[in-house]
Write a protein that binds this ligand. Structure first.
Ligand SMILES: O=C(O)CCC(=O)C(=O)O
Ligand SMILES: [Fe+2]
Length: 342
């Protein structure tokens, strides 16, 4: 089959940047960020928290690393940025038990790393119906939801993009920061570039998958019963060199037989792709994933007793101003009122 796009030396179209923070910078960041006292989980101090964390990162991350992230954003074709050896809080406490339970820890080092570095790419955003509108999400297995196919479970969470039911007001990036890995170190987050999916499909499949024939409904981690269902294509902007993707393998259904068959084929390609980048997140490791040009997944992992479950923190970022976000943003300029998206 003729390949539509050329691969890079990793045999994948995914361009990714990997950064290692040196020990001196790590200690400096820990010392400065330990003193951030603005609470990211309280409305009255959230803005001050975002400003303060960005100010410290701007100053202390080091010009080289800062510029590398900024340049990656400008290029627009970097699907994944990985940063290792970042500091976390001295005592992180137990993994939270509910999606909106706040961490027990006394400082906000991990939150400041997540928010400070993510702001190099754009503005943090939240969704009214998701996790009570919180910006920093605790990503860990939640009692009663562990068998759910979502970021609250521990079962295979197949390839997806974030918050498709709010399309086109979907995050441009999602950032994930690891505070605790699963004890067996089996959890793997995988990222796959849209071009590597397109390369495996026939012209006819691509044409079906570019039609508005795929239905998705409310996100499982939405805390309010969110009813919006949307029908959209899987592939967009195919006439450019930078196609984009909106896929949710778990929830999406084809609206007719042709669409269902094409989606099945797509699922098979994603599941068996040799071009995906597999990442084992360790404490102090952060990834920023472009939610427009890649899809991501996570495999099954084991639960742990005594507050020791795997624990990530997540933040959504918007950097895409081609659409008019102001139509759906609340007065704080950050919360998307998904209840009014038409
Ligand atoms: O647990 C992971 O590694 C990723 C989960 C996920 O897809 C998400 O939080 O958006
Ligand atoms: Fe996700």
């Amino acid at each position: 089959m003729k390949k539509l796009f050329n691969k890079n030396k990793n045999n994948a179209s995914l361009n990714f940047v990997s950064i290692n923070i040196d020990q001196e910078t790590k200690h400096r960041l820990l010392s400065k960020l330990s003193k951030v006292f603005y609470n990211p989980y309280i409305q009255s101090t959230q803005e001050a928290f975002f400003n303060e964390s960005f100010r410290i990162i701007r100053k202390e991350l080091g010009e080289q690393v800062y510029d590398l992230i900024l340049t990656s954003k400008r290029k627009g074709n970097i699907g994944l940025i990985m940063i290792k050896n970042l500091p976390i809080d001295n005592d992180i406490g137990d993994t939270p038990n509910t999606p909106i339970e706040l961490p027990q820890k006394k400082s906000f080092v991990s939150e400041s790393i997540l928010a400070g570095i993510s702001q190099i790419l754009g503005e943090p955003i939240g969704y009214h119906s998701e996790r009570s509108g919180q910006f920093i999400h605790q990503i860990c297995p939640i009692k009663g939801k562990i068998n759910e196919i979502s970021s609250l479970g521990s079962k295979l969470f197949p390839f997806h993009n974030e918050n498709l039911n709010c399309f086109p007001y979907t995050p441009s990036y999602l950032s994930l920061y690891c505070l605790r890995s699963d004890q067996q170190k089996k959890a793997i987050t995988s990222v796959l570039h849209v071009k590597d999916i397109l390369n495996e499909l026939t012209e006819n499949d691509i044409s079906i998958l570019s039609s508005k024939s795929f239905k998705v409904s409310g996100n499982k981690s939405m805390s309010v019963n969110h009813a919006r269902t949307i029908t959209l294509p899987v592939f967009h902007n195919l006439d450019s060199q930078n196609p984009t993707i909106t896929l949710e393998l778990n929830d999406m259904i084809g609206i007719n037989k042709e669409a269902t068959n094409a989606l099945d084929k797509l699922k098979n390609i994603c599941d068996n792709s040799e071009s995906k980048i597999d990442i084992k997140l360790n404490p102090g490791m952060m990834i920023m994933i472009d939610n427009r040009i890649t899809v991501h997944s996570r495999n099954t992992f084991k639960l742990q007793k005594g507050g020791q479950n795997r624990w990530l923190q997540r933040l959504f970022i918007k950097s895409d101003d081609l659409i008019n976000w102001s139509n759906v943003l609340k007065d704080n300029g950050r919360t998307i009122n998904d209840l009014i998206i038409k």
